[in-house]
Ligand binder design. Structure first.
Ligand code: AGP
Length: 605
């Protein structure tokens, strides 16, 4: 989604703006732009990559500026719609959606403002210009204008003749970077690590004034706000590509380390403890009668795996809801339900709204599993668990998913123990399996060369089916999502038993069918389903375990994972599917890390 970088400094800030936009590229965008004061308002915009904007900006110098990567919502990707948007001597960049923009546009057009773009953002620029007529102080005018905006947004504003920037947030992320040389703002910390580690996270409704000497923040109702300065733990190296070709590849190979970090507390712990989920967890978990998981996309798939675990091991009813549906559905609330939000970014607008919706209905036992400290979802829930996967830059989620699964396995076992459903021996067996997980994943990664060979056979296909059963069915869904997302091959995940109820009609020699075939209790059932495919001339690509009784034959290709991993088997089985998608995308030559139309951090509905 859109990314914002803003700077007011003692020296030329254009390189910082450009480098900040580069760091935000992973969020997904289709055009980029910046506006600086030197001393008049100077705007540059381009459709396409930040690199093209950088060429235009070469030689431009200024000490104050705002910059933006746009992910189109209102209006096609074009230079005309790219930010910043201007009204008189004032420029605005914006992330989010202004829901009442049509009404504002009509009102401002009637007042004589001429719109140059199709965006909702331009309405903010004209609204501000209009407000300045009655309220000439820019800071006060931004506050006043915010009261007129509906929706979720973060904005940065500059104006000719001013030596300050005004930024504000309501429902979309924005943080400040504080240094001796100046003040900065950005959509996430990665953009500002180049200048500082000291970050101030703005809260909803905050308006901040930034000058080269410092900053001040007020709340929506105008009271001075004290927001703590957080030292970012994000390593600058963590967002570098190193020797890898793509972030997705790097992140797939970082999974052993990411899992080790997420489960680090198990190293010194001889037993499972609810305190892994925070000091308040024993109170929040006590008396829980069911679990409701809220998430989107890949995080939703992690929730689907957890449903199998939570019901089987903890004996608690568990439902998993797509956040964008749940938030508008009239469901039946139960105060004794543990509401678990899963999100890599912690900023997904639908998941955030779904948690707020659950809380508004009296469900206050909330837990967020998230990869980003200080994110909106972390702050929204009573309990938090950080997955510690490290920054995930590739749009396709990989290490975030497996670390979410690790966190969910831990949660399952803690809940099971709290309900006296885990014997001491089983507890130790599960703990040993969790501790061994990084090593087990490392072995699976060694399958890459063979998967690369398989990938070549997918590159000219237009459709693919992914099959799984039990807690590997969500892994089939995830495999299909990965393939469609980065290789643009249409792919569907199905529970294998459902094949004959419809999708079998699609199977022919041109439809590769990928199957997750661990050596578990459902293997024989799955094999019958695979025979149905084979009998119709379908080409099967089977990811089995070392000891799964599945043999390769004409039209049946089999790759074996090193060992069957019981409860945690889905964590292992998703890895070859990630590698398959990655290599298919490579063969097809798509933009692996920034697939078309998609964004990393989905901060709009
Ligand atoms: C995964 O590959 C996707 N890019 C996407 O489905 C993602 O998982 C989804 O948008 C949810 O994001 P979140 O985990 O940051 O909430």
């Amino acid at each position: 989604m859109c990314g914002i970088v803003a700077a007011v400094a003692r020296q030329n800030c254009v390189p910082v703006l450009i480098e900040g936009l580069r760091k935000l590229e992973y969020r997904g965008y289709d055009s980029a732009g910046l506006a600086v004061l030197n001393p008049g308002l100077n705007r540059l915009r381009s459709v396409g990559r930040v690199a093209e904007l950088a060429v235009q900006a070469a030689g431009v110098e200024a000490e104050i500026g705002i910059a933006h990567t746009r992910w189109a919502t209102h209006g096609v990707p074009s230079e005309r719609n790219a930010h910043p948007h201007i009204s008189g001597g004032l420029a605005v960049v914006h992330n989010g959606i202004i829901e009442n923009f049509a009404e504002l546009r009509a009102e401002l057009s009637a007042a004589g403002y001429v719109f140059q773009s199709d965006t909702d953002t331009e309405a903010i620029a004209h609204l501000l210009q209009h407000t300045l007529k009655a309220e000439p102080d820019l800071f006060a005018a931004v506050r006043k204008s915010m009261a007129r905006l509906s929706g979720a947004y973060a904005i940065a504003v500059l104006k000719e003749g001013e030596r300050r920037l005004i930024v504000a947030r309501h429902g979309a992320p924005l943080l400040l970077g504080v240094t001796e040389q100046g003040s900065y703002a950005a959509s996430d910390a990665s953009a500002l690590l180049q200048v500082t580690r000291s970050m101030v996270y703005l809260e909803d409704g905050d308006v901040a004034e930034l000058s080269r000497d410092g900053y001040r923040i007020v709340t929506a109702d105008g009271h001075p706000a004290l927001r703590s300065v957080t030292e970012s733990l994000l390593s600058a190296d963590a967002v570098e590509l190193g020797h890898y070709r793509h972030y997705m590849q790097k992140e797939i190979f970082e999974q052993p380390e990411a899992l080790g970090n997420t489960l680090e507390m198990l190293g010194g712990a001889g037993a499972l403890s609810p305190n892994f989920f925070g000091a308040e967890a024993p109170r929040v978990f006590d008396g829980v009668r069911s679990v409701l998981i809220l998430a989107c996309g890949t995080s939703y798939h992690a929730g689907l795996v957890a449903r199998y675990w939570i019901e089987q091991i903890a004996g608690l009813p568990c439902s998993v809801e797509i956040a964008s549906e749940y938030r508008y559905r009239q469901s039946v609330a139960d105060a004794d339900t543990l509401v678990v939000a899963i999100s890599q970014s912690g900023e997904t607008a639908d998941t955030l709204a779904a948690v707020k919706h659950a809380k508004a209905q009296g469900m206050l036992r909330t837990l967020t599993l998230c990869n980003v400290p200080e994110s909106a979802l972390i702050r929204e829930a009573a309990l938090k668990f950080l997955t510690r996967a490290g920054p995930e830059i590739g749009v396709a989620s990989t290490k975030a998913f497996t670390t979410q699964l690790a966190a969910l396995a831990l949660l399952t076992l803690v809940l099971a123990k709290g309900r006296q459903r885990l014997s001491a021996a089983d507890e130790q067996t599960h703990l040993a399996a969790l501790r061994h997980l990084p090593v087990a994943v490392k072995k699976v990664l060694q399958l890459e060369p063979e998967i690369e060979r398989w990938a070549r056979r997918f590159a000219n296909k237009h459709h693919a089916l992914f099959l799984g059963r039990g807690h590997h069915y969500p892994i089939a869904l995830e495999g299909a999502l990965k393939l469609k997302e980065i290789s643009y091959i249409h792919a569907e995940g199905y529970p294998a038993g459902e094949l004959k109820h419809g999708p079998l009609a699609l199977v022919d020699k041109d439809m590769p069918v990928v199957s997750v075939a661990p050596n578990d209790a459902l293997l024989e059932k799955l094999k019958s389903n695979l025979q149905e495919v084979q009998a119709r001339g379908g080409e099967l690509y089977v990811f089995a375990d070392r000891d799964s009784a599945v043999e390769a034959s004409e039209g049946v290709h089999v790759l074996r994972l090193p060992e069957h991993y019981g409860l945690l088997s889905p964590v292992l089985h998703v890895v070859p599917l990630q590698l398959l998608s990655y290599h298919v995308a490579l063969v097809k030559g798509t933009d692996v890390d920034k697939p078309r139309n998609l964004a990393k951090s989905v901060t709009v509905e």
